[in-house]
Design a protein around this ligand. Structure first.
Ligand code: CMP
Length: 742
């Protein structure tokens, strides 16, 4: 994206049709958008109006963000879309020259609900909030124009977000849009009573409601309904009085369609009728003995779903659809890391898999994402079964570092996809190809990394991109243990046990071996060096038995005394004294083997894993305290990768970056893949230099308590969501819920 002011542009681009007139005010005045704005006001604000030039496919504004511009299209075509509840991108409208968008910046102070991308190369006029506020104060007609557009677009967005209308044909959708009204109800409001005449259908856009029925003189709670659900359909479809009372549990936004309009639409559109009737019939025959335990579960699941959706949404935003599957990027498309990392993807699928297997509403979304990610990862695998550190959007290998855990991650992702598919009762048509890929991956790892002498997997690096981990690490070995457990389940579910016999021989006793080998004294250790010496330094990978032992079904992790001691050691040593949260290992500046990474500090994804551990083991209060600290570092709901302080950054700059020792560590020949091309190193160095220059500027602008890197990091959101899931799982366990619902 390029930015100019109007005056700059006029000076240099006289040939541009809009800008042939000489003065900047004359130039903007020619746009109909400014038709009703007094010239004196235009004069006052014109230097605060910018020209933004976007290339095709660039993202102009993103949902979830508080954007600061209203745009008027000068040339090109803009597509505005939402990510629907089933996580497909749905175009809401297309805009061309003279159209505007982004009016929500002055109408209300909430994050954007839709995303705008340049469908072709485009040039836009960008007006800031301050300037726009002056414009609407001076011109009631402009305010009305913006307000009307806002209301219309919001309604379109609202209605498309209700699943039964998401994929409706545009002409039917438009008919419904014409008759629907947005109504606000307050917490505790009775929306209608049992026995009333049914005069409208209600769709829930925001909030949740309770459905009560009078039974044996008591009002019994029979259902809780939340966003995306509808109610009041039974009286309309079955021609009976309201069969229940509906009360708002919070302040809700509802979409209301009056009976006459509803009748006229269903009379003409049988598909709409059929969908609604099917739900009505299901509710007639559905069980209604909604005891207090079930109501509690239902409420918990609604709340969890809401909280988790925000994070799944970030994951969906980081997903880039390609012909080879869904490329799950480490950060948002267009930011620093345009790569897919099998390790990060595997961590995300650990969470998506659990959700896909649950009773949560977002299980379908989670499964769709899981399937897309698995397809992409499948396409990244090399013929001999290998997966490396990272891949480009075309699934080409872009690895810099050797990381021997990635084969375990690749296999685990494919296994999770197959298991979730089977659990949902559908066997993917390409399951044999996936099983073959799993087999090839497992055999590659056994042949290349497994050392029969010691019964462990050997690696040069593991989770940290530096040379401190050569040998037999707890992370890599638990990653393979998890892989073997998942393969075992796949083999059973897909009847191919004989194919995996060799892998099973290995699995026999492997769990005991890893547990014993990595225990020294009363705690775990992170690594055995190649010569057998124990690496006693603290490291977040000490959480591996928990991390890999959960997120499979059934969880095999048990918090024994050794593990509890280990976690105590981990927290005592790695808790950041200034910022809170967990550091990944102890840094030693100028230690040739320890990589400090722009200033040491806490890492969000690992801290969220710590919260998961506390939730899982029943210490909900401690889990909450940790999650609160993470929340305190979120920006507009986005979580970063890691943080540092300005002082530590400064020390890193003077002791590591400027003398070149950081570069020597980052690109030490021992940890790089063989035959790495020079351009990849230069690209990475450039990214680093740019990001450090940006940080320096940020520090210079004023008092900054902490610095964040890589925001949002998809992985951090995945671990945070998993923590939320484990919290609810635990709370439901404590109420004695028998069914496996999470
Ligand atoms: P209606 O009969 O028009 O008004 C009461 C509404 O409560 C009804 O339509 C349904 O939308 C809703 N309702 C009734 N029974 C159930 C149920 N078992 N589960 C969920 N919703 C229900």
């Amino acid at each position: 994206m390029k930015i100019f002011t109007i005056s700059e542009l006029i000076g240099t681009m006289k040939q541009f049709p809009l800008l042939q007139k000489v003065s900047p005010v004359e130039a903007v005045k020619s746009l109909t958008f400014f038709k009703d704005v007094p010239e004196a006001v235009l004069q006052e604000i014109v230097d605060g109006i910018f020209i933004h030039q976007y290339a095709k496919d660039e993202i102009i504004s993103r949902h979830g963000r508080y954007n600061e511009w209203l745009y008027v299209v000068l040339s090109g075509e803009i597509s505005v879309f939402i990510i629907t509840p089933d996580y497909t991108k749905l175009e809401l409208y297309a805009l061309g020259p003279e159209d505007f968008f982004g009016e929500d910046i002055v109408i209300r102070n909430e994050p954007r609900e839709s995303t705008a991308i340049a469908f072709t190369d485009s040039i836009l006029l960008a007006i800031g909030k301050q300037e726009l506020t002056k414009i609407i104060a001076s011109s009631a007609a402009t305010y009305e124009k913006l307000n009307n557009a806002f209301l219309q677009r919001k309604m379109r967005n609202n209605l498309r977000s209700i699943p039964i209308f998401t994929h409706l044909r545009e002409e039917v959708f438009n008919e419904i849009l014409d008759v629907v009204r947005l109504v606000h109800v307050k917490k505790g409001d009775v929306i209608f009573k049992q026995g009333d005449v049914g005069d409208a259908l209600f769709l829930i856009r925001k909030g949740d409601v309770s459905v009560y029925r009078a039974m044996n003189k008591n009002e019994e709670l029979i259902s809780l309904l939340a966003e995306g659900n509808f109610f009041g359909e039974m009286a309309l479809v079955l021609g009976e009085p309201r069969n229940a009372t509906v009360i708002a549990n919070d302040d809700c936004e509802l979409l209301k369609i009056d009976k006459n309009d509803f009748d006229s639409i269903i009379a003409r559109h049988v598909d709409v009728y059929n969908t609604i009737q099917a739900v009505a019939l299901e509710r007639v025959t559905g069980h209604e003995l909604f005891d207090s335990n079930e109501a509690f579960i239902s409420k918990k699941l609604i709340e969890l779903n809401r909280a988790i959706n925000k994070h799944i949404d970030v994951i969906a935003q980081c997903t880039f659809e390609t012909p080879k599957g869904s490329a799950l990027l480490a950060t948002l498309p267009g930011s620093r890391y345009p790569y897919v990392y099998p390790r990060d993807s595997a961590c995300a699928t650990r969470m998506l898999y659990r959700i896909a297997m649950s009773r949560l509403r977002s299980k379908d979304i989670a499964f769709r994402l899981l399937a897309g990610i698995a397809k992409f990862i499948y396409n990244c695998q090399r013929d001999d079964g290998y997966w490396g550190q990272r891949y480009g959007l075309d699934a080409a290998d872009k690895s810099i570092y050797k990381q021997e855990d990635n084969v375990a991650h690749g296999v685990s992702i494919l296994c999770r996809y197959l298991l979730a598919a089977k659990n949902r009762g559908h066997i993917p048509h390409d399951n044999e190809a996936y099983i073959e890929a799993i087999y090839k991956g497992a055999m590659f790892a056994v042949k290349r990394y497994y050392r029969n002498e010691i019964h462990l997997f050997y690696s040069t690096t593991s989770i940290h991109e530096s040379a401190i981990e050569e040998g037999y690490s707890i992370w890599v070995n638990y990653a393979y243990y998890c892989m073997l457990l998942l393969i075992e389940q796949v083999a059973k579910e897909f009847n191919c046990e004989t194919k995996f016999e060799k892998a099973f021989v290995l699995k026999e006793g492997f769990g005991t071996i890893v547990k014993n080998v990595f225990t020294i004294g009363d705690r775990l250790i992170r690594r055995l060096k190649p010569d057998g010496e124990a690496d006693l330094r603290p490291d977040i990978t000490l959480m591996s038995p928990f991390f890999f032992g959960t997120g499979i079904v059934p969880d095999i992790f048990k918090a024994d005394e050794i593990f509890i001691n280990t976690m105590k050691f981990l927290e005592d040593t790695l808790w950041d004294p200034d910022l809170g949260m967990l550091q990944r290992y102890l840094p030693f500046i100028e230690d040739p083997n320890t990589h400090v990474h722009a200033g040491n500090g806490p890492w969000v994804q690992y801290t969220a894993m710590l919260a998961q551990y506390y939730y899982f083991t029943g210490n909900v209060e401690k889990g909450d305290t940790i999650m609160d600290i993470i929340d305190s570092y979120s920006t507009d709901g986005y979580l970063c990768e890691h943080l540092t302080t300005p002082d530590r950054f400064h020390e890193f700059m003077t002791l590591e970056w400027l003398p070149g020792s950081d570069v020597n560590k980052e690109f030490a020949p021992d940890i790089m893949v063989d035959g790495i091309t020079y351009d990849l190193i230069v690209e990475e160095l450039n990214h680093m230099k740019n990001s450090y220059d940006q940080i320096k500027r940020r520090i210079e602008t004023g008092s900054v308590r902490y610095l964040t890197f890589a925001i949002p990091l998809m992985w951090s959101h995945a671990e945070y969501a998993m923590a939320l899931l484990l919290k609810t799982w635990r709370q439901l366990q404590d109420t004695g819920v028998k069914q496996h619902i999470l």
